[in-house]
Write a protein that binds this ligand. Structure first.
Ligand SMILES: NC(=O)c1ccc[n+]([C@@H]2O[C@H](COP(=O)([O-])OP(=O)(O)OC[C@H]3O[C@@H](n4cnc5c(N)ncnc54)[C@H](OP(=O)(O)O)[C@@H]3O)[C@@H](O)[C@H]2O)c1
Length: 266
């Protein structure tokens, strides 16, 4: 049985991956969708052409990951593509945010992604592809988004190293590193009142991110960065010391705050 697996499939970028993969892959047996919201996945699946298996798992729960492992062991599928997209971020200063929620970010963005990758690798077919959804936040530390940016740096670093390990098995890994994307992500990320620097200027659609990511994956690129400003940011993060990037970001954050304050007064 040939399959495609998408985590975080109930919304945003993951939902878009499912839709575009449904169109791109005509000769697979099933798309496996993983997220907590069963109903949302059923609604998405009702509009798809391929057969879908809905796996309503909470990837922060060890027992749900064990269940997934058991299903793989029974079905022994040939995995053509794995998209690890489940993840979330919360903005605010480290000390002001609940530690539990910040540890949850590590649990989902890093630990679950790592475990799912580990479990799926033995079933990947030759020329199978893995897309690890990181973020442009992976390129540099980010004050006010410290744990999230660190989790995404982990994803990027892990993906690049693993690519070298599995190249001889003809498995190809792409770390997907978009800037801000128009999805429900920010409902949770900004719930404390913090907003992402220059978000409005740089936001792109999930359609574009996924389209570019699938092309990058097909070309066996190790990193996919969507949009010119994010490519420039990526380049700057390679050239400049990260202390400078942090200082420049703080400077612009201060400017944005001044503008907001002026708006409120006038
Ligand atoms: N939007 C952006 O600006 C942006 C930018 C760069 C990178 N990203 C990354 O892109 C990925 C997708 O985010 P998005 O923008 O599409 O946000 P989203 O619309 O909020 O989607 C997040 C997905 O993760 C799933 N998820 C959350 N907690 C889960 C859990 N415990 N177990 C299983 N699934 C869980 C959600 O499904 P349920 O709630 O149904 O479980 C949902 O399907 C994330 O890794 C995010 O860090 C986003």
């Amino acid at each position: 049985m040939k399959i495609v697996i998408v985590t975080g499939a109930s919304s945003g970028i993951g939902e878009e991956f499912v839709k575009q993969l449904d169109q791109n892959f005509q000769r697979i047996d099933e798309i496996w969708m993983i997220a907590r919201s069963e109903k949302k996945m059923e609604d998405i699946a009702s509009g798809l052409e391929n057969k879908v298996r809905i796996l309503p798992f909470d990837l922060e729960k060890r027992e749900d990951i064990e269940l997934f492992s058991d299903i793989l062991a029974v079905e022994k599928p040939g995995i053509c593509m794995l998209v690890n997209c489940a993840g979330f971020g919360v903005m605010g200063n480290f000390q002001d945010l609940a530690i539990e929620e910040q540890l949850e970010m590590i649990e989902l963005n890093c630990k679950a992604l790592t475990k799912i990758t580990y479990l799926c690798l033995p079933y990947m077919i030759r020329n199978g592809r893995i897309l690890q959804v990181a973020s442009s936040a992976a390129f540099s530390p980010q004050a006010g988004f410290a744990v999230y940016a660190a989790t995404k740096s982990y994803v990027l670093s892990f993906s690049r190293a693993l690519q070298e390990e599995v190249r001889s098995k003809e498995i190809f890994i792409t770390a997907v590193c978009p800037g801000p994307v128009d999805t429900p992500f920010f409902e949770r990320a900004e719930k404390g009142g913090h907003t992402l620097l220059l978000k409005k200027k740089f936001t792109v659609t999930a359609e574009r991110v996924v389209h570019d990511a699938l092309i990058a994956s097909k070309k066996r690129k190790t990193v996919s960065v969507c949009s010119l400003p994010m490519k420039a940011f990526h380049g700057a993060c390679k050239l400049l010391p990260h202390d400078w990037i942090l200082e420049i970001a703080q400077y612009f954050a201060g400017k944005e705050q001044e503008k907001e304050n002026e708006k409120e007064i006038s």
